[in-house]
Write a protein that binds this ligand. Structure first.
Ligand code: MGD
Ligand code: MGD
Ligand code: SF4
Ligand code: MO
Length: 768
């Protein structure tokens, strides 16, 4: 039997497994025995779900994590918790946890001791490199990697093997936020912090569903409004959500037209003389970049932007194309509402925080739209001060801490870029490897890495803490790629998933509080936790799996850490990369003591607002100093409106938007094993506007076929459920591995960040 036939058979097996997944008792975690909690011991750990990063107290009893409460000492959540946090420990105890390794033998995944699997992974890495070169092996990780996981992966692949084939799912999530900040400020991560909520007068949400995706943070905003009823929440969105329900004003706009709306706001700010001229003259440089930049649909797509200095007159002229009337026609938001929004940003007496998440980042012009929100705050000087600022929300618990700060992307290093000689030298020195070992050129971003797997350039792929066979766009191509002859896939996992189904080796991982680790949340807060319980069977942390394989490949000297102290040793080594007032990190001892520490942590003090002399030592006493850029200014980029890769037409007349629900985490592998969460939303569905449903003769629960140029899927209809898409649009959550909406989505991406646009493609909608 060849690999393809074997994997076909496996598909049937996984369908059976998927059917079992719906039956309670098969996979659900059993509740802990009720002992009245008398001998419960409470230990701190950050939540392992969203980027809010709530501090939790975990109740440990008889060696089992049995209860959760919000940590009142945590400044993030002040004792609160959401439904996922409260039930999070149940995710450890699903009956089908991987307790041993599996290796494919004669086409069948066969249990083997972990030691044997690690030997095989190392020898396969060696033979692939010998046969096809260093760039034929790759690692694909996650914003749910702990900081030590990501650090060790980067050191192993970039510093020891010598390939920049290191990527992470945060490319699908935060890449546009990174390139947005890098192009505007020359430094990554938000300047403000959650304390902004306690000072702001107006919260503008740019297409993120905070009520479901950052629920505890949203509850802090609601609490603020409760106390000060003149506080306003304005929700700009393409779909009516639970967040819209709580907002004071909702502005529904057509997909992608946020680019035009933001320019219209800037147009109004300039036209009405609301520009903070003193701030702009001192702290802002005006730029324009290339236009007509493409969509990344073709293999080996390449794009490099070029910054051109422009004058204020040129900017004003460019903005003239974005009058509220013109933008009303494009976006569907009434000119009056656009003027109202501009007046809020333009009012020097109002403190405004803007929040966004995937609506901006998963966008074929993701970098541009991030630049444009900064323009609004830069023109008005509302930035880097308590209650005033743009704030990019992170999705995963450590997309910031691990992927962005450790730099587990092909182009990054723990400090800086692989293309920069000094940054490579710093890495080589700390890693104690020859500098020539670290290649100066990035290789593949995530979509291109899977395309390279398809083409056969990448032959060995190690996947950790991510489930790409559910979460990649245009899934069929990349699943077929992974199943091709001559590909070797290693999957570190905790439960069976569509990704472990296509593995040649499965390594059982120790999860979250079964090992020691650190995460870094949206507000630059690093949080440490101790190992609190034992992992099942032979399960081993992702960090230690990497170390074991690296040592088997001859890198004992580079990975000398002791099992009992390795996290401390790795942290102190990693910390050397960020030495200095712009990024100083807390010591291991400090992290263990506190409920998280915001960096830069200078002389025992957190930096809550960067680039402002009153708060940030790196600003050297200046009122503002944007020290990330060589000219010490923030760059305001004029960026035009351009349409997405695909828009509805006669054959595919609807917009498809995809996303999440509060109960489930991403691909559902964890939350489907938690009975209360799974039972609340047991399967995926397609939301329709009632008028569209009526026209198509579709009622609640009817089967609906969605078809795009890439694939087709039948889902039950949901009309006026918790969300309501605008007319001409449909919405599908992606948590359900049996109803894979990514068979339908498009793999176009922002040419600058390379982040795919999961929020829009064109589909046909029919009653099935
Ligand atoms: N419960 C739960 N919480 C989570 C997660 C989870 O899986 N479950 N995942 C976490 C992760 S990793 C992430 S990245 C975040 C995601 O958090 P969000 O971004 O808040 O959530 P999504 O459901 O991905 O996206 C929803 C929004 O996309 C907007 N949108 C669609 N098209 C456009 C457009 O053209 N422009 C703009 N501006 N907006 C548009 C819609 O208005 C919609 O409200 O959630 C995090 N929190
Ligand atoms: N259609 C559509 N697709 C999307 C998105 C969208 O909005 N729409 N959003 C994108 C975004 S923003 C994101 S962040 C991605 C998320 O997509 P993924 O990262 O693929 O989703 P997860 O379910 O978080 O996958 C994590 C996997 O790690 C496993 N796991 C849990 N703990 C551990 C551990 O300690 N060690 C190991 N080795 N494994 C562990 C879990 O069982 C799970 O299978 O999806 C992207 N895909
Ligand atoms: S809001 Fe996010 S971090 Fe907080 S408990 Fe819920 S899922 Fe966890
Ligand atoms: Mo994400």
């Amino acid at each position: 039997m060849n690999r393809r036939e074997m994997l076909k058979q496996l598909a049937t097996a996984s369908a059976i497994r998927a059917a079992e997944a719906l039956m309670p008792g098969v996979i659900f975690a059993a509740p802990p025995p009720n002992t009245g909690g008398k001998s419960m011991e409470w230990k701190k750990a950050p939540c392992r779900f969203c980027g809010t990063g709530c501090g939790l107290l975990i109740g440990i009893e008889n060696g089992r994590a049995a209860a959760v409460k919000g940590d009142p000492a945590s400044p993030v959540n002040k004792g609160l918790c959401c439904v996922k946090g409260y039930h999070s420990v149940m995710a450890l105890y699903g009956a089908d946890r991987f307790k041993t390794a599996f290796v494919r033998k004669d086409g069948k995944l066969t249990p083997v001791p972990v030691k044997e699997a690690l030997d095989l992974v190392a020898s396969q890495l060696k033979t692939t490199i010998a046969k096809s070169g260093k760039d034929s092996v790759a690692i694909y990780g996650s914003g749910q990697w702990t900081i030590p996981d990501g650090y060790v992966a980067s050191k192993f692949f970039k510093g020891c093997i010598g390939t920049n084939n290191v990527e992470a799912n945060a490319r699908l999530c935060m890449a546009s936020a990174v390139t947005g900040m890098m192009t505007t400020f020359g430094a990554d991560e938000p300047m403000g912090c959650y304390e902004d909520i306690d000072h702001a007068d107006v919260f503008v949400l740019w297409g993120n569903n905070m009520a479901e995706m950052h629920p505890v943070l949203f509850s802090r905003i609601l609490e603020r409004r409760q106390q000060k009823p003149d506080i306003k929440i304005i929700d700009l969105t393409t779909r009516w959500t639970r967040t819209s329900m709580a907002a004071d004003k909702v502005m529904l706009f057509k997909p992608q037209t946020d680019l035009a709306l933001l320019n219209a706001i800037c147009h109004e700010i300039v036209r009405n003389g609301w520009v903070n001229s003193r701030f702009v003259e001192r702290h802002v440089s005006l730029k324009a970049g290339k236009t007509g930049i493409g969509y990344g649909l073709e293999d080996k797509f390449a794009f490099t932007d070029e910054a051109r200095a422009i004058t204020f007159d040129e900017l004003t002229k460019n903005l003239a194309g974005y009058t509220p009337e013109k933008v009303e026609a494009l976006s569907g938001v009434p000119a009056k509402e656009i003027r109202y929004l501009a007046s809020i940003y333009g009012d020097p007496k109002k403190k405004v925080v803007s929040y966004w998440c995937m609506g901006f980042n998963q966008h074929s012009r993701g970098t541009w739209v991030n630049n444009l929100i900064y323009n609004v705050h830069l023109l008005t000087g509302k930035i880097s001060m308590p209650g005033n600022g743009p704030f990019s929300l992170t999705g995963q618990p450590s997309a910031c801490g691990t992927v962005r700060e450790v730099g587990t992307l092909t182009n990054r290093l723990p400090h800086g870029e692989v293309t920069n000689q000094q940054d490579r030298e710093m890495a080589a020195k700390i890693w104690k490897v020859p500098v020539e070992r670290i290649p100066a050129k990035p290789t593949y971003h995530t979509v291109e890495m899977f395309r390279a797997l398809d083409r056969g350039e990448v032959q060995f792929l190690w996947i950790q803490v991510t489930n790409p066979m559910v979460s990649m766009p245009k899934l069929k191509r990349y699943r077929d790629a992974a199943r091709k002859e001559g590909r070797f896939i290693v999957v570190s996992e905790v439960y069976p998933t569509p990704t472990s189904d296509i593995a040649d080796v499965i390594l059982p991982s120790a999860m979250w509080i079964e090992r020691e680790g650190m995460f870094g949340n949206s507000e630059r807060r690093t949080q440490h936790w101790d190992q609190l319980v034992q992992p099942p069977g032979e399960a081993m942390s992702d960090t230690w799996q990497l170390i074991e394989v690296a040592r088997r490949m001859g890198f004992q000297k580079e990975f000398p850490y002791k099992p009992e102290t390795h996290i401390r040793e790795i942290w102190e080594e990693y910390r050397l990369f960020h030495h200095g007032p712009a990024h100083e990190m807390a010591s291991y001892e400090e992290l263990r003591k506190r409920p998280g520490v915001i960096w830069p942590f200078v002389n025992g003090k957190e930096t809550k607002w960067r680039y402002h002399g009153a708060h940030d030592p790196a600003a050297q006493g200046n009122e503002h100093l944007f020290y990330g850029k060589p000219d010490k200014r923030a760059w305001l980029w004029f960026r035009p409106y351009e349409p997405p890769a695909e828009s509805p037409d006669a054959e595919f007349p609807f917009w498809l938007n995809t996303g999440r629900v509060v109960e489930h985490w991403h691909t559902g592998s964890l939350t489907r094993r938690i009975p209360v969460l799974h039972q609340a939303v047991p399967r995926a569905y397609v939301e329709l506007h009632p008028a569209d449903a009526k026209r198509l003769n579709i009622r609640n629960g009817d089967g609906v076929r969605l078809t795009s140029r890439r694939g087709s899927l039948v889902l039950p209809a949901l009309i006026d459920g918790r969300g309501r898409p605008a007319e001409g649009q449909v919405f599908v959550p992606f948590f359900d591995e049996k109803l894979l909406i990514n068979e339908v989505t498009i793999d176009s991406f922002c040419p600058i960040s390379k982040e795919p646009d999961y929020k829009k493609c064109a589909v046909k909608v029919e009653r099935a």
